[in-house]
Design a protein around this ligand. Structure first.
Ligand SMILES: Nc1ncnc2c1ncn2[C@@H]1O[C@H](COP(=O)(O)OP(=O)(O)OP(=O)(O)O)[C@@H](O)[C@H]1O
Ligand SMILES: [Mg+2]
Length: 231
């Protein structure tokens, strides 16, 4: 479904991603892991077309999207929930959700009911400003905003970062539901191991800008965890 081949990226002179190969199989959840600063967010931003790559290929459902502008990628059904959520604090919940309308695959005119059925709290808080929501509610809003695009591939960057445990559990349930009931393919960046194990089928570990290990999530063992994940 999503395939990255030999991707290299630089920030100015600084070579950040090195010869990355990555496969996100259709209908599965793949978890991108690695310590702070190894290049996880950079890779997601390159996939979304928000950062330029130096070389390599990005293939989505068999089409080469390497040179496609960011807004066109959303139109192909790639939804992005960025790290830190990036909610517009002064816009209402409803306005935050409406931002994505018209950019997705179906050019929807109205926020799909699915968003409110998955996140009833967003219905209740429709008129509140984004900035007045709790961290967990903002995360739900960020996921809701990505779902407005009707994505076939959903990319989430540390959706549990700084969020209270009951909402973490809820977000895990939602990811599983999106995958199992709606057939959405998921690429997830996550540092919490129990969460990764609860939602992911496969893992990829980055270390200093390189892909160093990959496999089914149940093959992620203590040795890999000690070498690449614990601090
Ligand atoms: N805009 C930028 N300009 C220059 N260097 C950057 C920029 N953004 C990130 N970097 C550097 O690139 C490297 C990878 O950063 P990135 O944010 O992709 O890591 P990450 O794995 O997402 O980390 P975290 O787990 O903390 O979110 C880091 O060394 C970081 O300092
Ligand atoms: Mg990051």
């Amino acid at each position: 479904m999503l395939q990255i081949k030999q991707l290299n990226q630089y920030y100015g002179e600084s070579h950040t991603l090195w010869d990355i190969d990555l496969l996100v199989p259709k209908g599965e959840c793949t978890c991108l892991m690695g310590r702070n600063g190894v290049g996880k967010t950079t890779l997601l931003d390159v996939i979304m077309g928000l950062l330029r790559l130096q070389s390599g290929q990005i293939i989505l459902d068999g089409s080469d999207i390497t040179k496609l502008p960011a807004e066109k990628r959303a139109g192909l059904g790639v939804g992005y929930v960025p790290q830190g959520r990036q909610i517009f604090p002064l816009l209402t919940v409803q306005e935050n959700l409406e931002i994505g309308l018209g950019n997705g695959r179906k050019k929807l005119k109205k926020i799909p009911d699915l968003v409110f059925s998955l996140f009833p709290v967003l219905q209740e808080m429709k008129k509140r400003r984004g900035g007045d929501l709790s961290g967990g509610q903002q995360q739900q809003l960020a996921i809701g905003r990505a779902l407005v695009l009707d994505p076939s591939l959903l990319i989430l960057d540390e959706p549990t970062e700084g969020i209270q445990p009951n909402i973490v559990q809820e977000i895990g349930d939602i990811i599983n539901k999106l995958k199992n009931e709606f057939g959405i393919t998921v690429l997830l960046v996550e540092q919490k191991l129990p969460f990764a194990r609860a939602v992911a089928d496969g893992f990829v570990i980055l270390d200093r800008g390189r892909s160093v290990a990959t496999g089914a999530i149940d093959t992620l063992d203590e040795k890999l965890i000690r070498k690449y994940l614990t601090v």
